[in-house]
Design a protein around this ligand. Structure first.
Ligand SMILES: NC(=O)c1ccc[n+]([C@@H]2O[C@H](COP(=O)([O-])OP(=O)(O)OC[C@H]3O[C@@H](n4cnc5c(N)ncnc54)[C@H](OP(=O)(O)O)[C@@H]3O)[C@@H](O)[C@H]2O)c1
Length: 289
């Protein structure tokens, strides 16, 4: 039974739990990690009810010691780490100039540096065993810029570049790397952030912009696709033979990526801003002295 670590499994509507359940149902020995242990009970009872191999571990991915402890725990229990799914991610929105410094560092730390560190925690084990699969849950925001999500995009673009380069470093050790790019899914991810003041300052020339971004993010999420599709895509990425670098989850993602590569930068900018009802933000304004 191949072992797999899935990070960020705290929420029943989030990708993490759905991925953990889909992999357990497909016969993986799943180690679902989450930082809020009080949320583990639901997953554990689901596993018992479905008679699958799914264990929960307390894990904050921003702590390098915990990343190594999780990797070593899985090796000690199963003898190997066959796969890692770096699913943890936080949303970030607000015009760059208005974001709090601490918010920028927190978002990059959680979305990028933690996935880097967790990957480095499993790599020595996978290299020694001469096999392994690593999946990064990125986003279409790792392929195209989204206005008001510059830091989120930066973190996901960074993961896309990392994965492409890493795949070339580890192929000779039998380690395959993939990214799974979801489009818009109704997981309630952004709806959790009810206090936008934690992200950005108000009373700036960007107030109207930020308000519209908050609204369009909430709308995009509530009209999103079924998150179960992402879980099925991760399962496909982990079981495909041969492995493939890039996967798109759902219907919107491949369309968006196709359109982005077909359009020039200027045409794309106009198209995205029009889609978001923000074309007026491309018009110059008079700045009073
Ligand atoms: N929803 C979408 O439309 C969408 C689209 C594209 C990509 N994605 C990506 O998909 C992934 C999952 O997102 P989701 O939509 O399923 O939202 P989610 O349920 O909020 O998933 C994020 C998970 O990360 C966990 N997490 C955050 N910081 C952590 C930390 N320091 N240590 C451990 N766990 C931590 C959260 O746990 P807590 O409950 O403890 O905060 C939560 O379980 C993210 O990488 C996201 O960027 C989502």
């Amino acid at each position: 039974m191949p072992s797999v670590i899935v990070t960020g499994c705290s929420r029943s509507t989030g990708f993490g739990q759905l991925i953990a359940k889909a992999l357990a149902a497909a016969g993986f020995d799943v180690f679902a990690t989450l930082r809020k242990v009080e949320r583990a009970a639901e997953l554990a009872s689901w596993a018992a009810q479905h008679k699958v191999s799914l264990h929960t571990l307390e894990h904050d991915v921003t702590d390098p010691r915990q990343n190594r402890r999780v990797a070593e725990h899985v090796v000690s229990k199963t003898g190997s780490i066959d796969a890692l799914v770096n699913n943890v991610g936080v949303s970030s929105f607000g015009a760059l100039e208005t974001l709090h410094d601490a918010h920028i560092r927190w978002a990059m730390e959680t979305n990028f540096f933690s996935a880097v560190d967790m990957t480095r925690a499993v790599l020595p084990h996978m290299r020694e065993q001469q096999r392994g699969r690593i999946v990064f849950v990125t986003s279409v925001a790792g392929v195209t810029g989204v206005p008001g999500e510059s830091i989120y995009c930066a973190s996901k673009f960074a993961l896309e570049g990392l994965a492409e380069a890493l795949a070339m470093e580890t192929a000779r050790f039998g380690i395959d790397v993939s990214t799974v790019r979801p489009g818009f899914f109704n997981t309630g991810m952004s709806a959790q952030n009810t206090d936008a003041s934690k992200f950005f300052r108000t009373a700036t020339p960007y107030d109207d912009f930020n308000n519209r971004v908050v609204r369009s993010t909430a709308e995009g999420e509530s009209n999103g696709e079924d998150p179960g599709l992402v879980a099925q895509t991760v399962l496909a990425a982990l079981t495909a033979n041969p492995a493939r670098l890039r996967w798109h989850a759902g219907e919107a993602a491949p369309e968006i990526v196709k359109q982005r590569s077909a359009m020039g930068d200027e045409a794309w900018r106009k198209y995205v801003m029009a889609e978001l009802g923000m074309s007026d933000w491309l018009e110059p304004v008079q700045v009073s002295a």
